[in-house]
Design a protein around this ligand. Sequence first.
Ligand code: 5AD
Length: 481
Amino acid sequence: MQLRNQKLAMEDFLRERAEVLQTWPTGKDVDFEDGVRYQLALPASKRFSAALAEAERDGRTLSQPRAGVALVDEHIKLLQFLEPSCDLLPSTIDAYTRLNHYEKAAEGVARSVEAGTSLLNGFPAVNHGLAECRRVVESLTKPVQVRHGTPDARLLGEITLAAGFTAYEGGGISYNIPYAKKVPLDVSIRHWQYCDRLVGLYEERGVRINREPFGPLSGTLVPPFVSHSVAIIEGLLALEQGCKCITLGYGQAGNLVQDIAAIRALRELGHEFFRAAGHDDYALSTVFHQWMGGFPENESMAFAVIGWGSAMAALAGATKVIVKTPHEASGIPTKEANRQGLDATRQMLNMVREQVFPASPVLDQEVELIKREVRAVLARVFALGDGDVALGAVRAFEAGVLDVPFAPAACNAGKLLPVRDNEGAMRVYEPGRVPLPDDVLAYHKDKIAARARAENRAPAFQMVVDDIYAISKSRLIGRPR
Ligand code: 5AD
């Protein structure tokens, strides 16, 4: 296979489509023209892109939970219960569906019926099929997004988009590297070109579908430039296939200045790279994920983590925030805990909304640092791909130029090691083969040395380990006890 960042030829797409729709019986109910008609008939209040555009215009941050259970009626009840406390709704897909194990998902559905409770960790949309997915959309008043973690999400996309979901999360890198061990990167990128092409076909027919690359990646001490580089690549890949509404994401790091700088840099870099690639007809928004690493078990402590993330999302000016719950440390939340996370978040968003973080040289410097890092990495990605960003992304992972900390994928080098500095910002402890400029590397080294001095120890891998567990143990920085 020769991967290229080129719009898939219609005949190739259609040939592939016929195969995709045959991979599970519910695929045969999907009819594109019917999907377009259904989407066009939805009220604006259910269109994800409309809510995002309005929030961008008003400078508001929208809230969105994660939620999904095995059975349709229970899933509807869950989302109806959360709806009054949030602006945007999800349908979080179960792990079997994410792996395309539809037989296993079917067993899970059957056993959930017997047990009278959900035995899957999400909503198996492919198994339920078109009509049942439409029933979900029709039971709600707010826009719904498909949220998952699926390297091959082609059939899922076909079914849910035809069913009236108006936003689709994921990407060929961000739904591979943190989620799969052995899926070749060129394969997942190609599968996501299919998903993006499908979204592009809806766009051609006047149906706006929001596309959101998954920002936080492994969720474990990911420096902003790493996730921004991936987000921008996935944005470019999506735009090439005809997507028009892109939300770039970032997972909270925990340091005030770095998190505000990260969202600002993400937005500005997005425009910079999209326009440089010749795209000008698109809508760009941002999403801030509340802390994606380990949470404290104590629910009051968890609320503090949730609150800090909400404050940061609002101060950073993110278009939406993905919300955690007080049950994060223990697993899938009850619907009550889920709503508590949303209510805590809403209170904070409302209180911070009118406030502006003052312009400051420190903030500008951090924005500039992230931009220089991303530009350096992406320049190498393009060079490795002989100008092609899809090919470049595959080669860059092979070369360790793109390197996501603590990700399970075999094709990820895992040589880059992050650590917090003395104020808790993510810095690069060991760059591996990531091509950061020398003065940038020296800056990271100085910041880490300052922390080491304050802690009276030498910079060492133990610091990284301490940082991974710090927040769950009630601190941002993993200081020695
Ligand atoms: N319902 C609610 N939250 C979920 N998560 C994963 N699946 C579900 C679900 N079905 C959450 C995890 C974690 C994040 C990655 O997604 O709790 O916070």
